[in-house]
Design a protein around this ligand. Structure first.
Ligand code: MEV
Length: 438
């Protein structure tokens, strides 16, 4: 059974599936059924999805969910989230509702510039290179005129080109460091096309162009979101102690990278889910955000917190290069739907929404962690899923939920309790069956 193939990409979709099923699976018929059960019956829609990438065999579903009641700068949004992890959407929803009763989220875009670089090697005289660059700069910008025309009409384009001497880090290495404004588009294609055009116009026999590419590090495409309220409005019991614990949890994530990574992972649960739902590039966002979290030389929390004069304040500052036009945003029917559901936000508005959901997610995680613990909510969800898998009736579900209120939940414990319930009509013991055995 050969498992390598030449020219796989040239096979039809059907032949690709047949080859995979025949060579990678013991039961090829079952494998084909699994792939095909996710095909869309609307052939046009399926073709649209097939053509997003190469070698497509099927569709891979992820839940498309929504968070209502997200109040940002006095405007209410229903925000889409695409994520496989349970509890994340519930957490964002509860937090959004909580803050909607306390003035909502305030968000502002701090800056919107993006960067692209032409990396090149030059062995000659530095002053001569600087002279050449100064003389050439205007024509480098004008070489892109036909590409930047539409972008300039929308208020974007090339902001500046700098020559950067990086020879102290790598011998003979220089850059053209170029800043862009791409308005409502993420701008990756636009930036890369400009860079390659500029590189071609800059090239000389003694200049070796290594590569031209945008940077996903966007510390100057920055958004801030914040919530605040009186400490006493934060929690129903012992609000001062709770606020203090919450603040300490944030401070720990600022000084302890092991905690900071998990803390920020929780932030990204929210950010990635909205980025994905709107057809934006979550890998670009992830890379840029984590680089930003380490900008001081140490990996830190993306969020911060203060308690001053009885006021609790919690905020996030995060770089987000997002688009609401171009790319997949309007091509994928569900991204298009997402943007329409949010009343067609501009890229700046979307930056605010995404930052807010990141902050909401972190708030929910810290609230759970510093009070009941994270497993409390997770385990409730876990129990529901196990009960569903077991096929319990509505009545059995109520009994099982009650029974496990004060017991630790594991798959085996729930299964044993369910089996006992089926056999005897009750649980027959004070302890869960598996606990009794131990
Ligand atoms: C789980 O996906 C995310 C959390 O671990 C985040 C955190 O610890 O802050 C709950």
């Amino acid at each position: 059974m050969s498992k390598t193939i030449n020219g796989f990409s040239k096979l039809t979709k059907e032949d690709k599936i047949q080859w995979i099923a025949a060579h990678m699976f013991t039961n090829s018929e079952d494998a084909i059924v699994v792939l095909k059960q996710y095909w869309n019956t609307d052939k046009k829609l399926q073709k649209l999805h097939d053509d997003f990438v190469e070698n497509t065999l099927s569709n891979y579903y992820l839940p498309f969910s929504v968070v209502p009641n997200v109040l940002i700068n006095d405007k209410i949004y229903t925000v889409p989230m695409v994520i496989e992890e349970s509890s994340v959407v519930a957490a964002a929803s509860l937090t959004s509702k909580f803050w909607s009763k306390r003035g909502g989220f305030k968000a502002e875009v701090i800056s919107t510039t993006k960067v692209g670089q032409v990396h090149f090697m030059f062995l000659g005289d530095k002053a001569a290179l600087q002279n050449y660059f100064v003389k050439k700069k205007e024509s480098l910008i004008s070489s892109t005129e036909s590409i930047t025309k539409n972008m300039r009409k929308r208020g974007g384009g090339i902001i500046d080109i700098e020559l950067r001497d990086k020879t102290s880090d790598l011998p003979n290495y220089y850059q053209l460091h170029i800043t862009f404004e791409t308005v409502d588009s993420m701008g990756a294609n636009f930036i890369n096309t400009c860079l390659e055009t500029i590189a071609a116009a800059f090239k000389r026999e003694d200049i070796q162009i290594i590569m031209s590419i945008l940077s996903n590090y966007v510390p100057d495409c920055l958004v801030r979101a914040e919530v605040s309220c009186k400490v006493e409005d934060l929690y129903k019991e012992n609000a001062t102690e709770y606020a203090q614990k919450f603040l300490t949890a944030v401070k720990i994530a600022q000084i302890e990278p092991y905690r900071a990574v998990t803390h920020n992972k929780g932030v990204m649960n929210g950010i990635d889910a909205v980025v994905l739902a709107t057809g934006n590039d979550f890998r670009a966002v992830e890379a840029g955000v984590h680089a930003y979290a380490s900008k001081s030389g140490k990996y830190k929390s993306l969020t911060d917190c203060s308690i001053e004069n009885g006021i609790f304040k919690f905020w996030i500052e995060v770089p987000l290069a997002l688009g609401t036009v171009g790319g997949l945003t309007t091509l994928h029917p569900l991204s298009k739907f997402s943007l329409e559901m949010m009343q067609h936000p501009t890229a700046q508005e979307l930056m605010k929404i995404v930052a807010v959901i990141g902050l909401a997610q972190n708030f929910a995680a810290l609230k759970a962690l510093t009070t009941k613990g994270i497993q409390h909510g997770h385990m409730k969800m876990h129990l529901t899923n196990i009960i569903k898998q077991l096929g319990a009736s509505e009545f059995e579900t109520v009994l099982l939920n009650n029974y496990f209120k004060d017991k630790s939940i594991s798959h085996i414990a729930v299964r044993e309790a369910y089996e006992q319930l089926k056999l005897t009509g009750d649980f027959g013991c004070a302890q869960s069956p598996s606990e009794e055995k131990e």
